[in-house]
Design a protein around this ligand. Structure first.
Ligand code: F6P
Length: 546
């Protein structure tokens, strides 16, 4: 159904008028005017605490944003998603990653099929298999226990399991080393294979479609490498597959008993909760994998039931929307102050940018008068502070930051943790307050006056730069599950406000088709096609180098 254009709605226009004033607000003043600002502008759910007080907004802003959510039917769309309606309009699919983490007794049907029963049947298989590998019952073809697991997948079939295995490293099985090969660049495969022994290695071929070129090439290379030291009959002990394409798995030669299916109503970037999470179950055990699912489910329940003003994903989405639409922020930096979350920014890049990096509405109209998804990027603190934070503090663009931290560490170096948290909190304070020219002059007092005036502009920080801080007690499977689900639902709410289909990804297709053509040309299997002079020149250089 065609929605009225976002910018034509009364709520959007009210926000626009309000923003004309808000652009001049100084957060320093907002804090000074309201001693309760932190209490008022923070919210807690599913083990996560969000402080959003360091944003350029007030109670009125939130009221107007809430009205927009209601006017745009976001809650109706949310309920349709949870109910299994086919809200992925361009692919005619339901969007039910939430069903992957729902309790066994929750009835959810799609086209008359009880998807809850299917989900739990696969989870049971994941449990049996991961238990067997972990306890040593599952052995390689020469009778040795598995020591290395190589997950071959890309995009959602790589980023989720890799991010989670790294994040939960402290819960990992001591015998199992996890490897992730995603890139078609042979160096990636070479690096993994050079570290493992085929007798003790388990390969997981993970691909929703089982047609993705990079994954298929890597899977074939792994198979050939393995068969250099073993016969075909040994494959069944060393190759398993996760996919929605059961026929293609069979064709690849994987034992049907070693297949872990999932379904077209699970988007690739929302699939870590499905059998795509098999590496997680192998790495940390099924019990912790279940805790990860339960943490996400707790966030789902919160998202479904909490009123807008206490709804953590909705608030996070609204702040991002406000910064993007009305305060001209074109990118968002993700700063986990936790080394084990070092792949979290990359994970969110796919989640948010593949979901909401769209330029037409759900009805297919080209969006011309508002912005959609900002660029998502980042790295762990404190590393980023010594690299790109300069630009965040004093560059000409304003980039909002999400700081993420655990209050308690999982190590015993407590002085490190105090230093880490101090840096995290100090950065958000500095972004908010900045440093005025007068404060700089006071710092420089005693130096010659002309020297003070020369240096003052360079040492001045404009401040007034927005950030959110998300805290959890510990980084556990459950809090990680809640954190990922938080951003999934944030992405959902923003997509609903922008009126884009957050669940397709046609934008990646063109490059894939062109790469196929050029690959054939590079391999001498096709005549050079008519490209532009740049592409022709690059192909010629590559051919000359062979
Ligand atoms: O090309 C983009 C994409 O389809 C992502 O959406 C997906 O996560 C990734 O490729 C991998 O796809 P598959 O799991 O089907 O191999």
């Amino acid at each position: 159904m065609r929605q009225p254009l976002l910018t034509s709605t009364a709520a959007y226009q009210a926000l626009q008028n309000h923003a004309a004033k808000a652009r001049d607000w100084q957060m320093r003043d907002l804090f000074a005017q309201d001693p309760q600002r932190f209490e008022r502008l923070s919210v807690e759910a599913a083990g996560l605490f969000l402080d959003y007080s360091k944003n350029r907004l007030d109670g009125r802003t939130l009221e107007l944003l809430k009205t927009l959510v209601q006017e745009r039917g976001v809650e109706r769309l949310r309920d349709a998603m949870f109910a299994g309606e086919k809200i992925n309009l361009t692919e005619g699919r339901a969007v039910l990653h939430t069903a992957l983490r729902a309790p066994r007794d929750r009835q959810i049907t799609v086209d008359g099929q009880d998807v809850g029963a299917d989900v739990h049947a696969v989870l049971d298989h994941v449990k049996t298999f991961s238990d067997a590998v972990r306890n040593g019952d599952w052995v390689g073809h020469t009778g040795k226990q598995i020591t290395d697991v190589i997950n071959i997948g890309i995009g959602g079939s790589d980023l989720g399991p890799k991010m989670v295995c790294l994040a939960l490293r402290q819960f990992a099985h001591p015998r199992l080393t996890m490897h992730f090969v995603s890139n078609v660049d042979g160096h990636d495969m070479d690096a993994a294979l050079s570290r493992v022994n085929p007798e003790t290695t388990l390969f997981i071929i993970a691909s929703k479609t089982f047609t993705t070129a990079e994954t298929m090439m890597n899977a074939n290379t792994a198979r050939q490498w393995f068969l250099q030291s073993a016969g075909e009959e040994a494959l069944a002990r060393h190759f398993v597959a996760v996919s929605t394409n059961v026929e293609a798995i069979k064709k690849f030669g994987i034992d049907p008993a070693n297949m872990f299916p999932f379904w077209d109503w699970v988007g690739g970037r929302y699939s870590v909760w499905s059998a795509i999470g098999l590496p997680v179950a192998l790495c940390v055990g099924f019990g912790y994998f279940s805790d990860f699912l339960a943490g996400a489910h707790a966030m789902d329940e919160h998202f479904r039931n909490a009123p807008i003003e206490q709804n953590l994903p909705t608030i996070l989405a609204l702040i991002g929307f406000w910064n993007r639409e009305f305060l001209d922020c074109a990118s968002v930096s993700i700063a986990p102050y936790h080394q084990d979350l070092n792949r979290f920014p990359a994970y969110l890049q796919q989640l948010e940018m593949e979901s909401n990096g769209k330029r037409v509405t759900r009805a297919g109209d080209v969006i011309t008068d508002y912005e959609t998804c900002p660029t998502i990027w980042g790295d762990v603190g404190t590393n980023g502070q010594h690299a790109y934070f300069q630009l965040l503090h004093q560059g000409t663009d304003v980039t909002p930051i999400d700081f993420i931290a655990a209050l308690r560490p999982a190590h015993e170096f407590h002085n490190h943790h105090a230093a880490l948290l101090a840096n995290c909190f100090a950065q958000s304070e500095a972004f908010m307050k900045g440093k005025t020219a007068d404060e700089v002059r006071q710092d420089l007092a005693g130096q010659p006056a002309d020297e003070i005036e020369r240096l003052a502009p360079h040492k001045t920080f404009p401040g007034n730069r927005p950030s959110n801080t998300i805290l959890m007690e510990y980084l556990t499977p459950a809090t990680l599950g809640a954190l990922v689900a938080l951003y999934e639902h944030k992405t959902f709410v923003q997509g609903a406000l922008w009126d884009v289909n957050s669940f397709d990804q046609w934008g990646v297709e063109l490059g894939k088709v062109l790469a196929k053509k050029i690959e054939a040309e590079l391999n001498g299997e096709a005549q050079p096609a008519q490209h532009d002079s740049s592409t022709n020149g690059l192909i010629a250089r590559a051919k000359a180098a062979v």
